[in-house]
Write a protein that binds this ligand. Structure first.
Ligand SMILES: *[C@@H]1O[C@H](CO)[C@@H](O)[C@H](O)[C@H]1NC(C)=O
Ligand SMILES: *[C@@H]1O[C@H](CO)[C@@H](O)[C@H](O)[C@H]1NC(C)=O
Ligand SMILES: *[C@@H]1O[C@H](CO)[C@@H](O)[C@H](O)[C@H]1NC(C)=O
Ligand SMILES: *[C@@H]1O[C@H](CO)[C@@H](O)[C@H](O)[C@H]1NC(C)=O
Length: 397
């Protein structure tokens, strides 16, 4: 907690910053959250603003396929959206599940934090079910062969923690089966499931070749990827793993994700303790991962790549990375809250930035010229006009 003096200073500074940038006029409906901002913001102008995704999404997951983008997010039966551009317009084309999940945990009609991968002609969507605040959780998987309209098959749980089959085997005895991500080893071709949050943070387990189950349920050969030792609460979650030029990158969100409640003057953590996006790297897919300072991710390390910025972007996290190639860069995408719109969980929206690697460390850039899945600019317009359209498109719910 800030001391009273510091608090007052922060309040004044916060208000001043906010006024200078001219985004401070809070809509009346949002009450007095201005006074909350001083507590809230450790805002930096060093980081670029997001390119707007123009869609509401918490823990977004994006797949690029056949010159289109497909977005998956938590929601009734896991909605799927489609667009030709990362800035939309996004159109809902269906859902992953056509009924409640066959896994009996949490709210079976509303899985969250999906991660979808395409492998050998099949799409695999790993989704999370959990009872809030407990380790009673499961990661399930559903498959399909085309994203536009063909039905998905729900295969049920890949791993479970807290209760259910296999949850008595370490590390499922100590971890939380949420927030799945997926990575394939470049040389061996073996695939891994990464998962976890709080309790014992983020772990990795080898998958079977069918990608529907783990390889050795009784002896899972798990490795731990991140850990915050000496902490009572360990808010690291939403991991992602990417590969770039000889390195595997473990990405994750650290800090408080949601339940910010400015109307009631509460819910904001100390400054800098809201969601932010961090990374570490390793030559080996199984780690150990270290950050830019050489600190182990198992000892609280993690280099910040993206965080609250410009007095408007708050608590970015729930990220993924779209892999580029020789002619197209990697793209970091995530959700964030726009302080001039609101702090409700349901206000989180998609943002994205092109990544640039400096000495093998990813940095976000303000470049927005590469947003089109179809290599040519949309409608053949000049690229500066394409950017304008992308940046000013309407937000769709
Ligand atoms: C479960 O999720 C559905 C949306 O799929 C929602 O309408 C319902 O209120 C949720 N149930 C509970 C108990 O939260
Ligand atoms: C690289 O990625 C872009 C964008 O996804 C794609 O249009 C292009 O065909 C890819 N090029 C190669 C050589 O794979
Ligand atoms: C935040 O919201 C304001 C008001 O709708 C909008 O003008 C601005 O572009 C938004 N910024 C971001 C980064 O979402
Ligand atoms: C933005 O990205 C495009 C395509 O990758 C590249 O040609 C251009 O040089 C980049 N612009 C800047 C300012 O880095």
């Amino acid at each position: 907690m800030l001391s009273n003096k510091l608090y007052t200073l922060a309040l004044v500074l916060g208000a001043a910053l906010f006024d200078i940038r001219g985004v401070g006029a809070a809509p009346a409906s949002q009450g007095s959250w201005n006074s909350g901002l001083s507590q809230v913001y450790e805002t930096t102008d060093r980081l670029p603003l997001p390119n707007l995704g123009n869609v509401i999404a918490h823990d977004p997951n994006i797949v690029q396929h056949d010159d289109h983008y497909y977005l998956f997010k938590g929601g009734h039966h896991v909605p799927i959206f489609k667009a030709d551009h990362l800035s939309g317009p996004w159109v809902q084309i269906g859902t992953v599940l056509d009924a409640n999940s066959i896994i009996d945990v949490g709210n079976r009609s509303r899985p969250w934090a999906p991660t979808t991968v395409f492998k050998d002609g099949t799409f695999y969507c790993y989704y999370t079910l959990s009872s809030p605040g407990s380790r009673d959780s499961a990661i399930g998987v559903a498959t399909t062969t085309t994203l536009d309209g063909s039905p998905w098959k729900d295969h049920g749980a890949v791993i479970r923690t807290g209760l259910g089959e296999g949850s008595d085997v370490f590390p499922f005895t100590e971890t939380n089966a949420i927030d799945a991500s997926f990575i394939t080893d470049q040389s061996s071709g073996k695939s891994y499931l990464n998962y976890g949050s709080f309790w014992h943070n983020i772990w990795q387990i080898p998958l079977s070749d069918d990608l529907l189950s783990i390889e050795a349920p009784k002896k899972p050969d798990a490795v731990q990827l991140t850990f915050m030792p000496d902490q009572h609460i360990r808010p690291e979650e939403g991991s992602w793993m990417s590969y770039h030029d000889g390195y595997y990158y473990t990405w994750f969100s650290r800090g408080k994700c949601c339940k910010f409640n400015p109307e009631k003057g509460g819910g904001f953590p100390d400054r800098g303790h809201e969601y932010n996006i961090r990374v570490g790297r390793s030559r080996d897919i199984r780690g150990p991962f270290v950050d830019k300072d050489g600190d182990s991710l198992l000892k609280g390390g993690g280099t910040i790549v993206y965080a609250s910025n410009h007095g408007v972007v708050y608590a970015p996290g729930g990220l993924g990375v779209l892999a580029g190639n020789d002619s197209s860069p990697d793209i970091l995408y995530y959700h964030y809250l726009n302080a001039s719109i609101g702090f409700k969980d349901g206000d989180a929206r998609l943002g994205w930035n092109v990544l640039n690697y400096q000495d093998g460390w990813p940095e976000v850039t303000s470049n927005s010229t590469v947003a089109n899945a179809n290599a040519a600019p949309i409608l053949g317009l000049p690229s500066w006009l394409t950017i304008l359209i992308g940046a000013h498109g309407q937000t769709s719910r």
